[in-house]
Design a protein around this ligand. Structure first.
Ligand SMILES: [Zn+2]
Ligand SMILES: [Zn+2]
Ligand SMILES: [Zn+2]
Length: 193
């Protein structure tokens, strides 16, 4: 079950985040993007675009938001770890992006609830930094859980994209000493969880 939470292996993650950094520099605004595990180079600006991709490219014709909402209660009490890319700012004035942020969410009473947003520390002053655009982030994390639900619900379609696992590669630019999740991980590396 734990493996299902790992959508991408770190090498792919590395490429993914390089790509996201690049695209962030170009667009200068949006962290809010979705990728399908079948092709991490193709980005979807909205969750609904991702759903459309699932419908067309993976031939799951009946998929839509209503159906997903009906699926949610089937996974009651299930926890999901989400890894994502986001922007942060610190009271010292430092603004930065992290290629590897972590959150835990849970399905409870038919709803997706944020359990924990792991802290990241500012590289300049070592204080805890704040995540930007908190309400966009909350929605984004919920949709990332919905994305995982799709992969679980349609395992037969997506399991073939999970085979290649290699956790040795270090994520470029991610500093374990500045990441709460790394500090809490047995391995000392949040990407191995
Ligand atoms: Zn796909
Ligand atoms: Zn700072
Ligand atoms: Zn970490």
């Amino acid at each position: 079950m734990k493996n299902l939470l790992k959508i991408y292996n770190p090498i792919k993650l590395n490429l993914l985040y390089k790509y996201r950094n690049l695209s962030y520099k170009i667009h200068k605004v949006s962290y809010y993007k979705f990728y399908c595990k079948c092709n991490i180079n193709k980005e979807f600006l909205e969750f609904i675009d991702f759903i459309e991709h699932i419908r067309i490219s993976h031939n799951i014709k009946d998929i839509n938001l209503d159906l997903l909402n009906k699926i949610i209660p089937n996974y009651n009490k299930k926890k999901f770890g989400v890894k994502f890319y986001w922007g942060l700012h610190c009271t010292c004035g430092n603004s930065f992006t992290s290629s590897l942020c972590n959150a835990d969410l849970i399905i409870k009473d038919g709803k997706i609830t944020l359990l924990r947003l792991y802290k990241l520390y500012c590289i300049k002053c070592k204080k805890i930094a704040d995540f930007k655009y908190k309400n966009i982030l909350d929605k984004y994390l919920e949709e990332r859980v919905l994305q995982k639900l799709i992969y679980k619900q349609y395992k037969d379609v997506f399991s073939k994209y999970d085979q290649n696992k290699d956790y040795k590669e270090l994520l470029e630019g991610h500093k374990p000493e500045l990441c709460e999740k790394c500090r809490l991980s047995k391995s000392g590396h949040c990407w191995e969880d």
